[in-house]
Design a protein around this ligand. Structure first.
Ligand SMILES: Cc1ncc(COP(=O)(O)O)c(C=O)c1O
Length: 402
């Protein structure tokens, strides 16, 4: 795993100081991510307080920066891996294979074989053919059946692609696994990512319980419930209501003492608010109506949809503006504003319809809650740089995690 330079924040200094020090060095070509590891640690603490029965297996896909993975490793979380490469990253940390769930329902044969070689036991599935593959290449695995349960308020629904119908397909799949002599140990679901719906966890947990009951009738003794991801992670979106719904649903369908291990695969929750992006305006066009009045301001930034913005995180509120030049007086006037990414593609549109003050070339735009998925899916399309990640951690947290 690549080397990371950790910037230590002494008592009394904060991530704001880190942002200021980037700004003070002046406009730059490559965007910057400020990664605040204390935020990741704080999230873990909140989860443990609010959802004490639910162990976390962090979804590596969401942000696989080595500093994030090492921090979560030190905190003792498990990991949800979806590919050979992700498994390698976690094994390289020194993690015991029992801390990994291979939570992709459609796995290549080579990745199943690799998981077996690494000693990974927990695998998910949602179809017969996957069971045939597992029977052949990892017959001793502990399997988790993924059911479909979609929140209708999710940004991205995963149910179109993954998860069997709990009533129409679930029982037959369990019977088929029994026939093959495979060991199914529980149920998982994912309500969809970027969901603003805490209530759907009740129905999903209830559906899982029904399959636990069916499984008993055919001789399985389930011991694991995996409630997936789908938790918010932005700084202003707490998980209190999620915790209330999940805790009460668990108490109803999987009461303490029922000997069922409860796990979750949060991605966004852990990392969204840990990253702040500092981008620059590098070009500008003023669009005027036929009468000559300004109808729209268009700005071209050094980061965009092929960089660390992506469809998983629509930007609906304006970023913080830090002026590059203290000489230009800032006017209170607001204009309809379009923020474009740097590439030649017109789908590289970060946001339109914002009302913002007039910006100048070189101005800094600071976007919060940029830690989930953006960097993981960023490309170098058109030759533009991906953001440079600067890692910050307070000395106190550093000493604790060491
Ligand atoms: C199987 C699985 N688990 C967990 C996650 C993480 O979801 P979230 O970031 O919404 O917590 C995903 C996201 O795609 C996923 O596919």
């Amino acid at each position: 795993m690549r080397k990371v330079r950790y910037n230590l924040l002494e008592d009394g200094s904060s991530v704001k100081d880190a942002i200021n020090s980037v700004v003070e060095r002046g406009p730059r070509d490559d965007p910057v991510h400020i990664l605040d590891l204390d935020d990741v640690v704080a999230k873990h603490r909140v989860w443990r307080e609010m959802l004490p029965r639910v162990e976390t297996f962090y979804a590596v896909k969401c942000n696989d920066h080595p500093a994030v993975l090492r921090t979560l490793f030190a905190l003792g979380t498990g990991f949800d891996c979806a590919s050979r490469r992700e498994i390698e990253k976690i094994i390289d940390l020194g993690a015991d294979p029992s801390r990994i769930i291979f939570a992709h329902t459609t796995k290549s044969i080579s990745s199943i074989t690799f998981a077996k070689q690494c000693g990974i036991e927990l695998l998910t599935f949602d179809g017969e053919i996957e069971l045939d593959k597992i029977k052949q290449f990892h017959p001793g695995a502990s399997l988790v059946l993924r059911i479909r349960y979609d929140s209708d308020k999710a940004l991205i629904s995963l149910g179109k692609k993954f998860g069997c119908h709990p009533k129409q397909e679930g029982p037959q799949l369990l019977e088929y696994a029994k026939e093959l002599g495979l060991n199914v140990i529980g149920i998982s679901f994912h309500v969809g990512t970027g969901s603003s719906d805490h209530e759907c966890f009740y129905g999903a947990i209830e559906s899982a319980r029904e399959l636990f009951e069916f499984a008993k009738t055919i001789g399985f003794n389930f011991s694991l419930l995996d409630i997936g991801g789908g938790f918010p992670g932005d700084h202003d979106k707490p998980i209190n209501l999620y915790a209330e719904t999940i805790n009460s649903s668990l108490q109803r369908f999987f009461p303490v003492g029922s000997n069922v291990r409860i796990i979750a695969e949060p991605g966004r929750y852990y990392v969204a608010s840990a990253v702040t992006l500092i981008a620059n305006v590098h070009s500008k066009r003023i669009v005027r109506n036929p009468q000559g009045a300004v109808s729209e301001m268009m700005y071209y930034l050094n980061d965009g949809m092929y960089g660390s913005f992506d469809g998983w995180n629509p930007r609906t509120h304006p970023p913080l503006v830090i002026s590059a030049s203290r000489d230009i007086a800032r006017s209170p006037e607001r204009f309809p504003t379009v923020l474009w990414g740097p590439t030649c593609d017109s789908v590289d549109l970060i946001s339109s319809g914002l009302l913002m003050e007039e910006l100048q070339i070189g101005d800094f735009l600071v976007f919060d809650d940029m830690g989930a998925y953006g960097m993981a899916v960023a490309t170098n399309f058109n030759g533009f740089a991906k953001p440079r990640v600067l890692v910050y951690i307070s000395r106190r947290t550093w000493e604790q995690l060491k």
